[in-house]
Design a protein around this ligand. Sequence first.
Ligand code: PDD
Length: 277
Amino acid sequence: GEVFLNGQYVPYAEARIPVEDRGFLFGDGVYEVVKIYRGRPFRLREHLARLQRSAREILLELPDVDWEGVVDRLVRGGGLADRDATVYIEVSRGSGPRAHHFPPAGTPPTVLALAREFPGVPPEYRERGAAAITHPDLRWARCDIKSVNLLPNVLAKEKAVRAGAYEAILVRDGVAIEGSSSNFFAVLDGAVVTHPEGPHILSGITRAVVLGLARDLGYRVVEAPIRVSDLGRASELFVTSTTAEVMPIVSVDGNPVGAGRPGPVAASLLEAFMRLV
Ligand code: PDD
């Protein structure tokens, strides 16, 4: 298939990024992951608005790109018109001799987009739920920016995988902030609770959709910090993301959550979510 690179469509094997690209040297860039359901992007406008915001927050000017057209061409050109897929978009601050400060004005950013077939999360996670571990949140103070600096996320996720778990729940000052690549929810006293928006979480597109669905379904919704010390009394835990959708978490650090099975709140939210896609 082809990738979109700096305004052109290039065969995957021929796409080249300069060795001094700032995305590679510094992690100096921002990104998005968009889910494609049977050829159609889900909430593309929201993802593009967040990309725009992330870029603005790191003082990176996005070039004009017809993203709808790009996504459509990558999906169709990749033979994914009736498949589920993801589109990855990254914009870095371009390339130039290595120096921390910004390159000269007029240096073009590097703009990449590529589509990949994505069969979805393993069905056994859906049916039996997934395990999670807790892990210190070692990230910076602007987690609201979707930057490609993902080292703390990568290390936390790897620790989870090595422990046989699906996700690492990042903990800061005794609060379960979010997952390494997902937002975190608890059902406490019947209410659907998730961390409020702000500098410590990425404001997930899926999070917003799920909060809306929770309200529609009549659940009480609370955006407040979730203390790790309260996890033991949660009847359900789940995480949300573009790729995981609504994923029940049935154990944390080896301790079962509620009955140790996916619960009714997560199930109803997932069912409502799948009707939207
Ligand atoms: N991750 N929090 C973090 C730290 C994330 O990396 C993500 C998404 C989310 C959920 O956001 P959304 O619902 O908009 O996907 C929350 C993507 C999927 C990734 O890095 O692959």
